[in-house]
Design a protein around this ligand. Structure first.
Ligand code: CDP
Ligand code: CDP
Length: 208
């Protein structure tokens, strides 16, 4: 059973990389950011405040597959609220067992912020994917453009930078590379190059 943990800041290319590795290695893939985004969406839609621990924790416990399957979770309006609910320790606690059991069933690739540090500290391979804030914001801007959400680069940089700062400085499960994580800087790599590089690391580390 193989666990591959992929962590890193916003729009670094974690999901794109994780999906391709999962397909090639025939492993299940869990985008853990969707759990926090779906929790935030529930709070926002019930008129609640995503920084309110009671409202956010109740939403996290009530989460169902209908919530996480929604197509609008990646909207720019949900990102900061996701980061806000994610800083609440009881929310993280509520989402922990699901993530562990998902991976423990048949092995998996999970991407997020704390997979290698908190969810699976014993993961077989830990990758920390990063890139400059400008490169990441340009990629996210392009993705949002494709969905008809036209934001200026300055707006996307502001969202990405504010979220990274909040994620890095929170007390519980902050965004930091695990000690044994391998860093992949994709600032000057396209998705194909990042994938080839990561696959070589995974094959070596997991002796596949
Ligand atoms: O795709 P992007 O990198 O923009 O964000 P995401 O992975 O969908 O995560 C949204 C937010 O959820 C992040 O800014 C984090 O605050 C939080 N998150 C987390 O705290 N822990 C995880 N394992 C995954 C996401
Ligand atoms: O999951 P995360 O928020 O880290 O990033 P993502 O949702 O995978 O989005 C990254 C975007 O950048 C996608 O549109 C990719 O095509 C693109 N990209 C990439 O993933 N990796 C690179 N090395 C370069 C670009």
């Amino acid at each position: 059973m193989i666990i591959i943990a992929i962590d890193g800041p916003a729009a670094a290319g974690k999901g794109t990389l994780a999906k391709r590795l999962a397909k090639t290695l025939k492993l299940p893939y869990l985008d853990t950011g969707l759990l926090y985004r779906a929790t935030a969406k529930r709070v926002l839609e019930s008129g609640g405040d995503p920084t309110d621990p009671l409202a956010a924790t109740a939403a996290a416990w009530e989460l169902s597959e209908t919530d996480t399957a929604r197509k609008d979770l990646r909207d720019a309006s949900t990102s900061m609220a996701a980061s806000q609910v994610a800083s609440i320790p009881a929310v993280r606690e509520a989402l922990l067992a699901y993530q562990r059991s998902y991976g423990s069933a048949n092995g998996a690739i999970l991407d997020g912020r704390d997979i290698g540090t908190v969810i699976f500290p014993q993961a077989d391979v830990k990758l920390f994917v990063t890139a400059s804030v400008e490169a990441r914001a340009k990629r996210r801007q392009l993705e949002l453009d494709g969905k008809g959400q036209h934001l200026t680069l300055a707006e996307v940089i502001a969202d990405v930078a504010a979220r990274d700062e909040a994620d890095r400085t929170r007390a519980t499960a902050p965004l930091i590379p695990a000690e044994d994580a391998i860093l992949i800087d994709t600032t000057n790599l396209n998705a194909d190059e990042a994938f080839a590089h990561a696959l070589a690391i995974v094959k070596e580390k997991a002796a596949l």
